[in-house]
Design a protein around this ligand. Sequence first.
Ligand code: FES
Length: 179
Amino acid sequence: MPRGSTAQAPKGPAATAHERELLSQALARHLPDVPAEVPGGSASALLPILHHVQDALGFVPQPLVPEIAAALNLSRAEVHGVITYYHHFRSAPAGRHVVQICQAEACRANGAEALMAHASARLACAPGSTRADGAVTLEPVYCLGLCATGPSAMVDGQVRARVSAATVDGWAARFESTT
Ligand code: FES
């Protein structure tokens, strides 16, 4: 199959026309960066392509996994493994509000585990999931660069330091008033 082709039919749910077009754009942009003579070189385009898709859609649709794999001469398991290894990538759309609480070492030393438990209870959302009503996604992340002022979090794209249970309660009240 020519490099960058997405012609191979995937098994399972089919990608939408928009998703296929997006993947074609990602392949056109990122595959030429990889010399064809480099063994396994096209695999190095996987991360940029996943970022391209997620930046546009907010997640990497499952039907695109076999198409990405075919285009890069990878197995589906390899593509799926990368998506699930990196916490940044999502396999499903996020909620209307996204709360990410750092669980790396420095923040854990400042109560990040208890803060995550409080957030999970207050937001009625298990860590690593999206609430059934689609209002909130709660995720662990591993370092936001505010290690000296933890516990740290990112809420709807804004980084916050010295987050407390009361801070979380404020987010919950705000989410409830806007959903
Ligand atoms: S360890 Fe939490 S921001 Fe770095």
